[in-house]
Design a protein around this ligand. Sequence first.
Ligand SMILES: NC(=O)c1ccc[n+]([C@@H]2O[C@H](COP(=O)([O-])OP(=O)(O)OC[C@H]3O[C@@H](n4cnc5c(N)ncnc54)[C@H](OP(=O)(O)O)[C@@H]3O)[C@@H](O)[C@H]2O)c1
Length: 296
Amino acid sequence: MNILVTGASGLLGAHIVSRFACAHNVTGVDRNPWWGERCIQFFQGDLSEPAFLRDIILTSSPDILIHSAGMIDVDGCENNPDRALQSNVEITSRLVENTPPQCKFVYISTDAVFSGASSFWQETDEPKPLNVYARTKFEGERAAVKASAHLILRTNFYGWSSGRKKTAAEWLHKALRDGEPINLFDDFFTTPIYAADLARCLEATVNSGYRGLLHLAGRDRVSKYEFGLAMGRLMGVSMSNVRRDSLAEAKFAAPRAKDISLGTERARALLGFEMPGCEQGLRRFLSDQAKSLSQR
Ligand SMILES: NC(=O)c1ccc[n+]([C@@H]2O[C@H](COP(=O)([O-])OP(=O)(O)OC[C@H]3O[C@@H](n4cnc5c(N)ncnc54)[C@H](OP(=O)(O)O)[C@@H]3O)[C@@H](O)[C@H]2O)c1
């Protein structure tokens, strides 16, 4: 099959490309260079250019389009809502408009669409985005629904990047390793999944033929503080430098929802296996550090 992946050089996009490139003809597109070792067709450019976007779809002729590109800087979105709208909504709409009708459109969405007033949010729960990032990702979902065959995946993940733009987990790992002081929220909860595990679950979901909305996330609901302690324990380092902090008292440009943990019962029933637990994912994250993308 021909598979087109947008945001192919980003954290998740690169893991998706690497996963699918074993068995499919994959094309990647990103404004940053491709950094994986798998040999794929790759186009470097900006999807906000309508002619570039159209050309990529025509050239790659996708059976499946996985749209992982997006503006992910939550405070950046709050400070520049027009750019967030263009990145997260307009590009999604334009991709859908240019996607051939038989092509499956997979949209990577976020747990941040929820208000935070509950836990283990289900696919049937009503989103109530609290900030511009979340609102534009939710509008992106509405645009994706217009594709005749669509799959909308809400998630929360961590992993090793190319190094160009270090991820939160990479900063945390470095701080723990070097004994640097680090403050972690004990009142902000998610269900994180390791990016390589997510790419595997995504592949299984696509192979299942499922259409519609699905939560793909880790099994365990953890605070950032608990996540940090779990990583430190597995690394075997001293954690005297790790301090509790409070999201409620933090000052960000964008308001944050305090509990965006996702319920994954539907995914478990569909895929026939349990989503990875926090420690299981972290063990793989740590053991993959020295491995190349295609070995993860
Ligand atoms: N990280 C999470 O925990 C999380 C949680 C839920 C959902 N998501 C969603 O998952 C998706 C992937 O996230 P990620 O963490 O992998 O992000 P990422 O590392 O920033 O990857 C996204 C890639 O897309 C590129 N890109 C963005 N806009 C583009 C455009 N107009 N044209 C070409 N390339 C463009 C980015 O380039 P630049 O870096 O130059 O912008 C980046 O290389 C996003 O849609 C995000 O909303 C992320």
